[in-house]
Write a protein that binds this ligand. Structure first.
Ligand code: THU
Length: 138
């Protein structure tokens, strides 16, 4: 594992500690790397009105986009789950906006790892078609 990858993994682990998850008790950290080498971290932020909760992956993505990063090569997800968890469907769709080649690495308790490519996790992502491209308004 390269030093750069270790940094990304450490960022995901560190931000997991900041998760606001008083309802589920499930702490998630995500670290998203832009192709220019920057790292954007996010944790899940739960809310007393449950559906308002934001996942760690989308917090990281929002932070990246707000900083002007739009191209990514890898996301690391860190949890305390026994088996590494893939991103939820909503996060898959959110990430797919910026490319399907994204490598997704998830690390559970004890360092057990799973790896996917976003394309395989979301083979049919939604894309809004423009007029003249076969969209609903044609
Ligand atoms: N969660 C994430 O942060 N990322 C995912 O991909 C799935 C779920 C969070 C949301 C909620 O705070 C907790 O995990 C339990 O669902």
């Amino acid at each position: 594992m390269s030093e750069d990858s270790e940094r990304l993994i450490e960022a995901a682990r560190a931000v997991k500690e900041r998760a606001h998850a008083p309802y589920s008790g499930f702490h998630v950290g995500a670290a998203l790397r832009s192709t220019d080498g920057r790292i954007f971290a996010g944790c899940n932020v739960e809310n007393s009105s449950y559906p308002v909760t934001i996942c760690a992956e989308r917090v990281a993505l929002g932070s990246a986009v707000a900083a002007g990063a739009l191209a990514f090569d890898r996301i690391v997800i860190s949890t305390d789950a026994g088996s590494p968890t893939p991103p939820c469907g909503m996060c898959r769709q959110a990430l797919s906006e910026f490319g399907l080649d994204l490598e997704v690495l998830s690390i559970g308790s004890g360092g057990v790892r799973s790896r996917w490519i976003l394309q395989d996790l979301l083979p049919e992502h939604f894309e809004l078609t423009k007029r003249g491209e076969g969209g609903a308004d044609d």
